[in-house]
Design a protein around this ligand. Structure first.
Ligand SMILES: *[C@@H]1O[C@H](CO)[C@@H](O)[C@H](O)[C@H]1NC(C)=O
Ligand SMILES: *[C@@H]1O[C@H](CO)[C@@H](O)[C@H](O)[C@H]1NC(C)=O
Ligand SMILES: *[C@@H]1O[C@H](CO)[C@@H](O)[C@H](O)[C@H]1NC(C)=O
Ligand SMILES: *[C@@H]1O[C@H](CO)[C@@H](O)[C@H](O)[C@H]1NC(C)=O
Ligand SMILES: *[C@@H]1O[C@H](CO)[C@@H](O)[C@H](O)[C@H]1NC(C)=O
Ligand SMILES: *[C@@H]1O[C@H](CO)[C@@H](O)[C@H](O)[C@H]1NC(C)=O
Ligand SMILES: *[C@@H]1O[C@H](CO)[C@@H](O)[C@H](O)[C@H]1NC(C)=O
Length: 424
């Protein structure tokens, strides 16, 4: 996107513009000072005029930010109004820090434009910000795609593009960023399948909810380091694969609300021993609630609501020591074991409505329940779990999701990232 036609590649372009810029800069100075003065006191001048002294990397950052400003079409809060001149470290939203490879060099290490309401797009020149480790663009109106040149942002650690208007396929360029730990793409219009490699990346957290992703969760998940995975409100389909157990050593929050997941909950979910939040509500899950969930000793929030699960609510789940909120409404459970009958006595917030529990109020009609009972029991080994689609038989009675309010995983507020490196 470099506009100068004499630039054959971005790098030569940068160098070319740098020298052009230096010569202009010194020409300007010539107007005010004599050449001799500048030569004598260059160091002092540098310090005085530019704070910190301009280096090639800051100059590249200057080019990147000017290119960006050029494609900002609306900035109602005037955030970029002071994005003029070479002192990029003074620009609003731009954070400088000593370079990782040369502490004597000041470089642009972070950009935080959260809630800036800016409209525009991301130009290829942003790749000049090769020292960037944090890019937070939550709640703006950026559109278009993520440029392929982002592959040069090799130090990028946190990428938050949430609540914008980005489109196109999953931005595969993020898979090439070896330092990336935190990926937040929620509330955009990305579409199509997720690349299977995404699940093998050592990301600490990824938030993909409220997009138009369509693929299922791959059946062979590698070891992941993710502690938080939020997929809510996409059209995934398929099942939750047994290989989810490969996430056991790190996974603390798994949110699959309204993702068209079908089939049974695999017993392996019960081996995710660090889970604190499990929400699979508003899907097409069938079959029983696995007894293995009694192993989730850290579980605080469990939401199974709005599925087609049947059978018993196991005592082991109701006795989980840290459970504070257990929602299993809008299923076909027909029996509660032991203490499950009286969750009030355990101070657990619960919702058991619209099941087939004979002793409870606000249940499904007798007809609905007996119709369900007449169907052959679900055989979880038989309920096929096609990748990218519904289970062969699970789709048969798929529930229509009512337009009632879904408790969506909180709107993005990336102001509090999980691991925030601090910049001066
Ligand atoms: C932004 O700048 C424009 C023009 O300088 C001004 O009219 C407007 O009031 C400013 N808006 C804010 C929020 O400062
Ligand atoms: C940058 O900001 C600092 C602190 O606000 C100020 O002292 C300095 O003069 C500014 N530098 C330039 C070149 O504007
Ligand atoms: C990106 O990195 C490659 C390889 O290091 C380099 O050739 C290219 O010029 C860089 N592009 C930008 C925009 O910095
Ligand atoms: C479920 O997700 C789809 C997008 O996949 C969305 O259109 C729909 O409104 C969501 N349902 C609810 C109840 O939010
Ligand atoms: C319990 O969980 C449900 C479903 O996630 C939620 O709607 C409700 O607000 C929660 N209640 C409390 C008291 O946390
Ligand atoms: C549930 O337990 C509470 C306190 O332990 C008790 O007061 C209440 O009567 C019990 N309710 C039922 C329906 O057994
Ligand atoms: C799927 O359901 C059909 C009847 O609806 C049944 O004949 C068939 O055996 C089932 N297949 C599997 C794999 O459960």
């Amino acid at each position: 996107m470099a506009s100068n036609s004499s630039c054959h590649s971005l790098t030569t372009c940068v160098l070319f513009l740098f020298f052009l810029y230096l010569s202009c800069f010194f020409n300007n100075l010539n107007a005010k000072h004599s050449i001799t003065n500048i030569h004598k006191n260059q160091h002092r001048h540098n310090k005085h005029l530019r704070n910190p002294p301009l280096n090639l990397r800051l100059y590249r950052a200057f080019l990147a930010l000017q290119a960006w400003k050029h494609v900002i079409y609306s900035d109602p809060k005037n955030i970029t109004a002071n994005w003029v001149g070479p002192s990029v470290c003074n620009y609003t939203g731009i954070y400088c820090a000593p370079s990782l490879d040369d502490p004597k060099l000041t470089v642009v290490a972070g950009i935080d434009l959260n809630h800036a309401d800016i409209a525009g797009f991301l130009p290829e020149e942003l790749a000049f910000l090769s020292d960037l480790s944090l890019l937070h663009l939550n709640s703006n109106r950026f559109c278009g795609i993520i440029p392929k040149t982002f592959t040069n942002l090799t130090h990028l650690y946190e990428l938050d593009l949430s609540n914008n208007r980005f489109v196109g396929p999953f931005p595969s360029v993020v898979l090439s960023l070896s330092s990336l730990a935190y990926l937040d793409l929620r509330y955009n219009e990305f579409e199509g399948p997720l690349p299977p490699q995404l699940f093998d990346k050592p990301f600490d957290a990824f938030f993909l909810n409220n997009n138009r992703f369509t693929s299922s969760i791959p059946r062979n998940l590698g070891k992941s380091k993710a502690s938080v995975m939020v997929f809510a409100n996409n059209k995934f389909g398929g099942c939750l694969p047994e290989s989810i157990v490969n996430f056991a050593d790190t996974l603390e929050e798994l949110l699959l609300i309204n993702t068209s997941i079908s089939g049974c909950l695999p017993p392996q979910v019960g081996f995710l021993y660090k889970l604190r939040v499990l929400d699979v509500s508003f899907n097409n899950i069938v079959g029983p609630l696995p007894y293995s969930l009694a192993g989730l000793s850290h579980l605080e929030q469990l939401n199974l609501g709005h599925n087609m699960m049947t059978g018993i609510v196991p005592m082991g789940v109701c006795e989980l020591p840290n459970l504070v909120n257990f929602t299993f409404s809008y299923n076909f459970f027909c029996e509660e074991e032991g203490i499950c009958k009286n969750l009030t006595s355990k101070n657990i917030v619960f919702d058991d409505r619209r099941n087939c529990l004979p002793e409870k109020a606000l249940q499904r009609s007798e007809k609905e329940c007996s119709d369900k009972l007449k169907q052959p029991p679900v055989d979880c080994f038989e309920v096929c779990c096609d990748e990218g689609g519904f289970g062969k038989n699970a789709s048969a009675g798929s529930v229509a999701i009512p337009p009632s309010a879904i408790p969506v995983a909180a709107m993005p507020v990336s102001a509090a990232p999980l691991v925030a490196p601090s910049y001066p």
